[in-house]
Design a protein around this ligand. Sequence first.
Ligand code: ADP
Ligand code: ASP
Ligand code: MG
Length: 406
Amino acid sequence: MALRVQKYGGTSVADIGHINHVADRVIKAHDQGDKVVVVLSAMSGVTDNLIALAKQASETPDKRELDVLLATGEQTTAALLAMILKSREYKAKSFLGFQAGIQTNKTSGKARILDIDCENIRQALENGYIAVVAGFQGVDKDGAITTLGRGGSDTSAVAIASSLKADVCEIFTDVDGVYTTDPRICNYARKINKISYEEMLEMAILGAKVLQIRSVEFAKKYNVPVHVRSSFSEEEGTMVVNESSDMESVIVSGITCDMNEARITLKKVPDQPGVSAKIFTPLAEAEISVDMIIQNTRSGGETDLTFTVTKDDFERAKEISEKVAKELGAVHILTAEEIAKVSVIGLGMKSHSGVAATMFQALASENINIRLISTSEIRISCVILAKYAELAVRTLHTAFGLDQKK
Ligand code: ADP
Ligand code: ASP
Ligand code: MG
């Protein structure tokens, strides 16, 4: 008998037919004698629709109330699945975030889980219930409803799995595992059978939205075995686990593409100590995280500074930068065209050289100009124009020998 946390994403609960199909899978596990906790997303498209509705109500919707609104998407699917299970004579109970004991900080829209007390769920399981939890939501210390950021149901599931010490956290989605790159961009992408937390974390950070970043951080920290698999087939998917010797010994294991960044350049900034601090401190104070930073020294004691932020933070970052640029006497701010960040990721990079050269040559062979470069121990990222993103991904996939054999 195992304790399984099963998370179903938006496309897996898109309508009543799909939710009935989820019920079949949950019942199958339950009938085998497993204890099952189900974590659900909202029906696909619902969160986007709710955001659009909020924007009709107010140009800048109040963040607290937006969370109250967005949480209803997951409330709906949790109630529907619990109803279906009960109508099939199974003991089931739905739990909203606060009932599942998910305590978060107060950062509306991208709250962090601070603590989780699964006593209610544990008791329900002991009494033979199937627990159905609304993903994506929690509660802050003052009782306000919070949401965990886009894709946050993954994090709800992993957090619950870690708190319950579940045997596995199954992430059911619309692809049958983690691939070497987004299978919707590259037909030759290959399914990875086993991937380390470290590589999966880089892939998530760099744009593979199959798992939310925080869910992988959580899984890594608490050693939760995560199984990413399809809700439409019985096939084994991808296990996300600690690095082990039986993992495929490849130098590059995946390619990602992130279209969610924007670039800001400050021109003719005085090249003096303390200037970077003056630019980036107010951004940090506004909780804007800056990703890539490049400084080009010019002649005459001036420098150009370029950095990237997420598109969500772009307008605020631009406002803050304009203000600081004025104070510093910088000449002007450029906010560039649509960009994409393509990255190659692999643990093998720790011990192999030449990956950057192969990447640059591959992009050059398609005449794709590189605007920014950044590296870490296990990845290299290049910012390019967005219109070349898909071509770049496919070219790199081939260049690193990742294409599926036909
Ligand atoms: P869900 O609604 O189930 O949470 P998501 O849309 O959040 O599903 O994540 C699944 C999607 O992630 C896939 O449809 C796929 O297009 C995308 N994706 C991006 N990169 C990868 C990758 N390397 N492997 C698998 N899927 C990926
Ligand atoms: N419904 C939320 C979203 O669309 C959370 C999730 O699906 O994980 O981002
Ligand atoms: Mg998702």
